[in-house]
Design a protein around this ligand. Sequence first.
Ligand SMILES: NC(=O)c1ccc[n+]([C@@H]2O[C@H](COP(=O)([O-])OP(=O)(O)OC[C@H]3O[C@@H](n4cnc5c(N)ncnc54)[C@H](OP(=O)(O)O)[C@@H]3O)[C@@H](O)[C@H]2O)c1
Length: 319
Amino acid sequence: MKYRRLGHTGLKISALSFGSWVTFRNQADVDHAAEMMAAAYDAGVNFFDNAQAYAKGESEEIMGAALKKLGWRRSSYLVSTKLYWGLHDSPLEKNTLNRKYLIESMGDCLKRMDLDHVDLVYCHRDDEETPAGEVAWAMHDIIERGQALYWGTSEWTPQRIQAALEVCEKHHLHKPVVEQPVYNLFERHRFASEYDAIYQDNAYGATTWSPLASGLLTGKYNDGIPADSRGALPHFEWLSEHLTDRDKLNKVKALVPIAEEMGASLAQFSIAWCLQNPKVSSVITGASRVSQVHENMEAMKFVDSFTPDVMEAIESVFS
Ligand SMILES: NC(=O)c1ccc[n+]([C@@H]2O[C@H](COP(=O)([O-])OP(=O)(O)OC[C@H]3O[C@@H](n4cnc5c(N)ncnc54)[C@H](OP(=O)(O)O)[C@@H]3O)[C@@H](O)[C@H]2O)c1
């Protein structure tokens, strides 16, 4: 494992991390989750990503119980949660970043995880109806209460990140330090271009998500949706259009020889492609099995294999 500085913070985060979206509860109970987390930790992962909304709070419960079972030194790993989507269908609690929701939810997340604090708390999306100042003050207060150590954003526009940074600067508040954007071979243009000023001028960190585009970039959907895959899970039918998109599948097939030439599986190749971008602090991987964790962690070996010729070959697939 390699470690990268998370933005301008003093944290050294593992270049590969592990998240629980979809998998915890839907595909993994506490024992299975603990086995996958152990496989990641043994490979050097020190960041485990979660969110209030994942499995309606049950993902936090499972990760908390798994951490208890694993008994690792609390100072040896980072754990996160995210707030925005909410757990209840009420205007005060859904798709919001109002102060009341943020402060009350943070306490509930910690109870579910049975932790004193999380290391990172993200605003899972932006809520343009709540002023950036209200969000920044609430996140600052969460940190002052010791419930989280750092805060960040996920899928915010650069303009709103800038607005939050300015409020924090003006009032000497804890600033957001990291964005969590989607980033994979299919969805890269926003991260690759829009955020430049934020990353360069503010040394903002980036923990990126869905490196395999939900598994599409493993090649497992090339001949249809396998029965034991994310694409076949109840309640995730909305993913099937993306996972069976003919144009995307043709691109996946065209990537196979490039990955083979490198000696990597398509999953390793796709994850390593995210890692070769130095703006990425950590690539958050996901897995439903321990064998996938082992395979994905080996992606580290291929980070330096993206020569200009390889990059050109990849671009020709996507042009
Ligand atoms: N901030 C946000 O809005 C946001 C959004 C989404 C995700 N995230 C974070 O990012 C993390 C990763 O996202 P993701 O789960 O979508 O990542 P992903 O890498 O795009 O997809 C992971 C899924 O692909 C399949 N897979 C993984 N490795 C494989 C391998 N070697 N061979 C075959 N199949 C493999 C598994 O699903 P099956 O085995 O079930 O097919 C696995 O659960 C999440 O857990 C979460 O922490 C954040």
